[in-house]
Design a protein around this ligand. Structure first.
Ligand code: NDP
Length: 274
């Protein structure tokens, strides 16, 4: 019997997850089917229950349902509990298990694919929404020298710093508060690139040899990466690697097999550029 998986989102037609998981399944000789399901904005939990009823074994969850998925679960991984959001569901009997692989995917892309060691580095995280929240514990687990969370709405960044204060001293504030500091890694976890808005980054925040990482990806350079290049970042990376790595981690949660993400990422990169 072919095991069924899916990604729930709204919108979801653009999702690359079906292609990524089909590649993983072929590579690992796993008999699975994976589809994209458009859940109504007010009908996420019904869509999940329908999928379980039809024999679904697991699912990914994307915008805007990650927090709702968190609330729907009967059991959560420690990293999902920390993130307050779920991007990976696994179904067994009456249990709905929730995990969050986004942060692990980000860190794996940075450390393994890009070869950038986080230990001892000064990290600036831009944004204080769901993606930023999911990244904090995995980033801190790699022992950076410091973490600063900057957000347009400073209160939200400060609340996040408090929520993770048991793990490490985290500084927070608005963009102006980063003036005069230098960072080895700047991660854009805002959705500002979607509207093409430039972030008010003070001059001089990119240290020599720094990496600018945008969680967003698309054809060509994102607005944040163009800005980072102009402000002197040495290395630039978009979020396509994070997307593939969070998927590989979800595949491992479901199937107990870790796919080789490198050829899948390379193929996706070619498709994206076409
Ligand atoms: P949220 O809506 O939860 O958070 C949005 C954040 O962006 C907030 O901090 C908000 O600030 C900030 N923001 C929005 N517009 C602007 C602007 N014009 N100027 C400054 N700040 C702005 O979004 P998510 O956290 O879910 O997603 C953030 C990004 O991460 C998206 O682009 C998403 O595509 C990407 N992502 C990529 C993944 C991958 O696998 N590559 C996985 C998950 C997310 P404020 O609080 O002040 O409103």
């Amino acid at each position: 019997m072919t095991d069924r998986y899916c990604v729930f989102g709204n919108p979801v037609a653009h999702s690359r997850s079906p292609a990524i998981h089909a590649s993983f399944a072929r590579q690992c000789a796993q008999d699975i089917a994976y589809e994209a399901i458009l859940a109504p904005l007010d009908g996420f939990s019904q869509a999940v229950k329908r999928f379980i009823g039809a024999g679904g074994k697991g699912a990914n969850v994307t915008v805007p349902f990650k927090e709702e998925a968190f609330r729907l679960c009967t059991r959560l991984s420690p990293r999902a509990m920390r993130a307050g959001a779920v991007n990976t569901l696994a179904f067994a009997g009456d249990e709905i298990y929730g995990d969050n692989t986004d942060g692990a995917g980000l860190v794996r892309d940075i450390e393994v694919n890009l070869g950038f060691t986080l230990a001892g580095k000064r990290v600036l995280l831009l944004g204080a929404g769901g993606a930023a929240r999911g990244a904090i514990a995995p980033l801190l687990a790699s022992r950076p020298a410091s973490l600063f969370i900057a957000n347009r709405t400073a209160d939200k960044a400060e609340a996040l710093a408090c929520a993770f204060a048991d793990l490490a001293m985290v500084d927070a504030g608005n963009y102006d508060k980063t003036a005069g500091s230098r960072f080895d890694l700047v991660v854009n976890a805002t959705s500002a690139s979607l509207s093409g808005t430039a972030l008010p980054l003070p001059a001089g925040i990119f240290a020599a040899g720094s990496l600018a990482y945008d969680m967003m990806y698309g054809k060509g350079e994102t607005p944040f990466l163009a800005q980072a290049r102009a402000q002197g970042a040495a290395q630039l990376a978009d979020g396509l690697g994070m997307l593939v790595e969070q998927a590989a981690e979800a595949f491992f949660v479901w199937r107990g097999v870790r796919p080789d993400s490198a050829p899948v990422l390379a193929a996706l990169r070619v498709q994206l550029a076409a």
